[in-house]
Design a protein around this ligand. Structure first.
Ligand code: NAD
Ligand code: DAU
Length: 339
């Protein structure tokens, strides 16, 4: 099979490529990525020389480039990870989120229709469901939970999901959608909570916790997400949405304290800063459907996953220090300078 993986130079896409090349060496993987600030070509170094891997730099919104690639590769499957993915950036400047996340999805699906692709998989997020209250721990997001978005990012992802389902119903495009909770692990871009706190801890810099740090996220080790997508591609039902999450809810402040402990740094580094606008309180996935239909369960316990992740950041300083030394500095100053 030939599988086009878009956004494969980003955090989850790269982990997915490594996972697929290890578990399905018979398949050919073609990575299509624009290499935005979040894409990192060096991440893909371990697979660049492999015969069954190809990297193409292109924008998923570029109809001509996308169609030319489909013409050449005749893919069996397309998995779309490409997106603008950071909520804070979407609050700063929503335009590119709408373009990439919605119109990019449309461009890819049009190509899938034109070339009779057997499966289009949309990598979506639990953020499309909005948030849950802290005082109702009995509530979880199921696939039936209504779409109810908070940020320009989540609204763009929800729009894309609706478009994907519309292409299925209207044109019969064979689609699947997965909606996953917060991922963590190697190659996580240092603007996101866990890698940002690791990097700041290691530099003895303040640890900027939004609001009171009581917001809850449902953390999943990235490899477990990759395995879930692989299962959906092979055995998932066309036209269906699958929630992915591991019943691993944690408050932000507890994550930050844990990182301090693991790195032997004082909690006095923690600095409470102005809250994110429209900040979602709690995300919590009910993964019953993917468990009962596909037998998926997360395999990595948080205590192990976070240690592996911290060890990875300690062993791969060059990867993230290069990012921190570039244009990311301007972003950090804009986001946290006067907060
Ligand atoms: P990321 O920001 O780390 O990577 C995004 C990748 O997409 C980058 O390589 C970037 O260069 C590429 N890209 C961006 N715009 C592009 C365009 N126009 N054309 C081609 N490539 C483009 O994101 P991530 O955290 O790896 O997330 C991947 C996907 O998973 C996204 O769709 C995101 O919404 C979804 N998701 C993420 C999480 C999470 O916790 N990170 C959880 C659930 C779902
Ligand atoms: O739930 C899935 C989503 O998880 C994905 O769809 C998004 O692409 C991904 O970025 C992530 O979104 P979050 O907004 O939950 O992740 P982030 O790492 O930005 O923030 C996690 C929590 O930590 C959130 O409550 C905000 C808080 N936070 C974040 C940063 C960067 C802080 O308190 N301080 C910070 O400096």
């Amino acid at each position: 099979m030939t599988i086009i993986v878009t956004g494969g130079a980003g955090f989850i896409g790269a982990n997915f490529i490594f996972y697929m090349m290890e578990h399905h060496p018979e398949d050919r993987i073609v990575c299509l990525d624009k290499l935005t600030y979040a894409g990192n070509f060096s991440t893909l170094a371990p697979v660049m020389g492999k015969e069954n891997f190809r990297f193409v730099r292109a924008d998923i919104c570029d109809r001509e480039a996308v169609h030319a690639l489909f013409e050449e590769e005749r893919p069996d499957i397309v998995v779309n990870f490409a997106a603008e993915s950071h909520v804070d950036r979407s609050i700063e400047d929503p335009g590119v989120f709408l373009r990439t996340n919605i119109l990019g999805t449309q461009t890819l699906m049009d190509a899938c229709r034109a070339f009779g692709v057997a499966r289009y998989h949309q990598v979506s997020t639990d953020e499309v469901y909005g948030d849950l209250p802290l005082d109702r721990p009995d509530l979880f997001f199921t696939e039936q939970t209504p779409i109810h978005t908070s940020s320009p990012y989540s609204a763009s992802k929800a729009s894309a999901d609706l478009l994907v389902l519309a292409y299925h119903r209207t044109y019969g495009l064979p689609v699947t959608i997965s909606r996953c909770s917060n991922n963590y692990g190697p190659y996580h871009f240092p603007e996101k909570l866990i890698p940002l706190m690791i990097a700041n801890c290691l530099a003895d810099k303040p640890l900027p916790v939004y609001g009171e740090g009581l917001n809850v996220r449902d953390w999943l080790y990235v490899e477990d997400h990759c395995r879930a997508i692989d299962l959906i591609l092979r055995r998932g039902r066309v036209g269906e949405v699958y929630n992915i999450g591991g019943h691993n809810e944690m408050r932000n402040i507890d994550i930050v304290r844990l990182i301090c402990r693991e790195l032997g740094k004082p909690e006095s580094l923690i600095t409470y800063v102005a809250d994110r606008k429209g900040h979602d309180m709690r995300y919590a996935i009910d993964p019953a459907k993917i468990h009962s239909e596909l037998g998926w369960l997360p395999q990595t316990k948080f205590a192990d996953g976070i240690r592996k992740t911290i060890a990875w950041y300690l062993d791969n300083r060059e990867w993230w220090e290069t990012i921190l030394s570039g244009e990311y500095q301007d972003y950090y100053e804009r986001m946290y300078g006067n907060r």
